[in-house]
Design a protein around this ligand. Structure first.
Ligand code: NDP
Length: 288
């Protein structure tokens, strides 16, 4: 293997430690405890695992963790009422409604009900617009984690060719915005992209956010490129990414593993966003 492994697990531990220090300072100097409320509707097993993990890590960094569970057959109005209560609750600085929501609910409507200042997932249309126009926003956690790893590895990203595979609102599109913000030349590829392998071969930075096990092969990668694998796919061989890790690692310059890459950074960024939201709500200096 020639690629440098970008250790998201270790990086995330450092981010969480920094968050913990900031939380302690907010408590000691200002008597404020940042609070994160997570809303889970239904019994989706993957969501339950994520929510449990988020609660555990929120407490570990010294923040207030609130968890709300609603049955899968709850009415959309129940969720909207809960979100309104959390918007009004001064102990809560961050609100996360775990997706996906049950089919009978309109995701966009629920996300739009969250106070943008507390929208630590960065999915509210106000935050989407702020990010797209280069203003101070809440930035979606997964792409933010990817950007932090890329900046840490490369320093300046300006002028690099970046290809993002996937155009979802939660990963692909905000990822592309962030890379553009860092002056990359950005291509967004998706299921209708022609000659995807050829497009990806031009990239200095590849971000794969597709949801197809091992789709990105070694032949797609320019030698020395940096490959960020967002995919989480449960297969008979266990958890795998969207990138065919072992062969790609022979060609790439740097690569994130699955598990232990983007995943841990996502939760660390959620905690960081909650502290940022808390600082903004109290007119205090934000962590950098
Ligand atoms: P979506 O299903 O919302 O989006 C997938 C995207 O991939 C779509 O834009 C789709 O294109 C594109 N796509 C699908 N098939 C192909 C193909 N054959 N060639 C090119 N593009 C294709 O997924 P998400 O963005 O929500 O998630 C992507 C992956 O990342 C999943 O594996 C998910 O589990 C993982 N994930 C990981 C997180 C983490 O913390 N590590 C957090 C969030 C997600 P089109 O739009 O044309 O349909």
């Amino acid at each position: 293997m020639t690629a440098t492994v970008i250790d998201g697990k270790a990086f995330a531990a450092k981010v969480r430690a920094k968050v913990g220090t900031h939380v302690a300072r907010l408590k000691d100097e200002h008597g404020i405890t940042p609070g994160l409320a997570v809303v889970l509707v239904g019994e989706d097993p993957a969501s339950q695992v994520y929510v449990k993990m988020k609660g555990k890590m929120t407490k570990e960094v010294g923040m207030l963790s609130l968890e709300y569970r609603l049955n899968a057959d709850a009415a959309e109005d129940d969720v909207l009422r809960l979100v309104a209560d959390l918007n009004a609750n001064p102990e809560v600085h961050g609100i996360l409604v775990q997706l996906p929501l049950p089919k009978h609910m309109e995701e966009a409507k629920v996300l739009a009900a969250i106070d943008p200042a507390k929208d630590v997932d960065g999915f509210h249309i106000s935050n989407v617009g702020l990010l797209a126009t280069g203003q101070k926003a809440m930035i979606p956690c997964t792409p933010l984690g990817c950007l932090m790893m890329l900046r840490d590895h490369h320093g300046d990203l300006s002028g690099m060719n970046a290809v993002v595979i996937g155009r979802s609102n939660i990963v692909g599109k905000p990822m592309a915005q962030l890379l553009l913000g860092d002056s990359c030349t950005v291509t967004i590829a998706h299921s209708r992209t022609r000659d995807l392998a050829e497009v990806v071969r031009r990239a200095d930075i590849v971000v794969a956010a597709v949801g197809r096990p091992r789709m990105v092969g070694a032949g797609w990668i320019k030698p020395g490129a940096t490959v960020i694998d967002v995919g989480i796919n449960r297969t008979d061989d266990g958890l795998v990414g969207d990138v065919d890790y072992a062969p790609v690692a022979e060609v790439a310059g740097a690569i994130t593993p699955v598990p232990g890459g983007v995943g841990p950074m996502t939760i660390a960024c959620l905690l960081a966003n909650t502290v940022t939201a808390c600082c903004r709500a109290n007119d205090l200096a934000e962590p950098d």
